[in-house]
Design a protein around this ligand. Sequence first.
Ligand code: PGA
Length: 249
Amino acid sequence: MARTKLAAGNWKMNKTPAEAAALMKELAQKAGNAANDVLVCPPFVCLDAVLEAAKGTKIMVGAQNMYFEDKGAFTGEVAPGMLREMGVTHVIIGHSERREYFGETDETVNKKVLKAIEYGLCPVICCGETLAQRQDGITIEWIRMQIKKAMKDVTADQAKALVIAYEPIWAIGTGMTATNEQANEVCAAIRVLIVELYGADVANEIRILYGGSVNAGNSKDLFACSDIDGGLVGGASLKADDFTVIANS
Ligand code: PGA
């Protein structure tokens, strides 16, 4: 079975609710019937407006983070059940910015992955190496470790439906895209790991995205690579025309 490509937009800390609604309305018109599966992940406070504007289109809506407890005294956090009730279907977990600025660890990533699954949310698990790690030649080893820890106690059935995003940290927001070969090599290595952990069936179904300066000019070639099943897109997802090109790549 061929895997459907997924174009996922990570809006990061951009757009007020009114701005988000306007962008989503434009996207709904332009990318509402795109060839690829399409996901947008706005800030929490914009989810309501974006979900409303996405109605009747094929565009799915995700969150950029969540907490790993059901509810309780965790000031400032958002629980998976809250997201689920709104109609959110996906949640980005372990983005490198969260790991770098907000103390996210492989352990919290794993807890969030398991909790998201428990609530029927599809985790988009992020991994990626620094430039120093790449130069030291330990990229694959590092990524394997991150994914193994993120997916601890995830069953084969659950793993099938997951999304993994390989995002080299040196390529995020820098305009320095990994070459097609570099991106595909790591995505293929992740798939080999999934074969080892869960078998070939799961590895054939799980979607592995590339992220890091994906844009309207490079998405077609990146998505044509054997092991790249789409992209997690930051900057270019904030422009409806650019993201529409990516959604059809
Ligand atoms: P970028 O961000 O496309 O702006 O490089 C990608 C990401 O961080 O998900």
